[in-house]
Design a binder for this molecule. Sequence first.
Ligand code: ATP
Ligand code: MG
Length: 307
Amino acid sequence: MIHTENLTKSFGDQVAVDRLNLDIAEGEVFGFLGPNGAGKTTTIRMLTCLIAPTSGRARVLNYEVGRDDEQIRRNVGILTETPGMYDRLSAYRNLSIFARLYEVEQVDYQVEKYLKLLGLWERRDDAVGEFSKGMRQKLAIGRALLHEPQVLFLDEPTAALDPEASRLVHDFVAELKGRGRTIFLCTHNLDEADRLCDRVAVFKTHLRVLDTPGRLRQQVYGRQVAFHLGGPAELFLSQVKSLPFVDQAEAKDAKLIVTLDDPESRNPDIVRALVGAGADIQFVGELRYSLEDVYLQLMKEDAPAAG
Ligand SMILES: Nc1ncnc2c1ncn2[C@@H]1O[C@H](COP(=O)(O)OP(=O)(O)OP(=O)(O)O)[C@@H](O)[C@H]1O
Ligand SMILES: [Mg+2]
């Protein structure tokens, strides 16, 4: 659905996006993560034909960026970082203007559908200039969908939203995915990415990693199991470390944290060894790192060494 080959954008002698290679499948929700200034918005702007790449190529829906820009614009929806609206006009007028621009066939039907879906129907006659940030954002999401695009680019869709409105957007994204849309999502909300995305990329001018959230966790942290004991875990540390299948183990107060390739088959052996050595095991559980932990760890590795 989206394919890039060495896609590059420079501004003067500053490279914002450096030889990006992506392959995003139809129906996928793809999370594009990275710090401020990483080049995420620049990437979206290239893929939606708002700015031309410096080099490399990209295809969206099998249309070539730079050659089939008109078709791409017709078939993608984009929520930009700062969506412009006509402030003096009503929400309804705003959407109908954009619907006509996109040559939507049933303008009134589509405008009503999205105003209702996004909970703005009651406010349809109010000037957008009087809307709160979150209401504007919802309206902008509706605007991006009026022409029922196959591919949707969302640049920080929940940045200004309260938890309830964010949930609405999340459910909405899940629903769009259910209907087979492909979604390219830039976000700083890592929980959001974790919940919604099939795969995520961590990007900072270059592509750093790309995988499912689950595999990234495993790649960065391995699988770790915590054995909660009745007393100081230190006492049993060397014994557990000596087990041949244990990669790593550490004691933290009453917790023994063990890194393992295959906890399902190895935990029973560890439990037996601990019980044999006289430990009281209160409970056993796998440690679950958040995508935020993974992201911060990757960024830490990325930082230039101090000194
Ligand atoms: N039109 C432009 N002219 C010059 N430099 C630009 C332009 N647009 C972006 N840049 C630069 O390109 C780099 C990437 O910017 P971009 O907006 O893509 O980052 P981002 O990943 O979207 O960041 P954020 O998370 O803050 O939105 C930045 O250093 C920015 O200053
Ligand atoms: Mg941005």
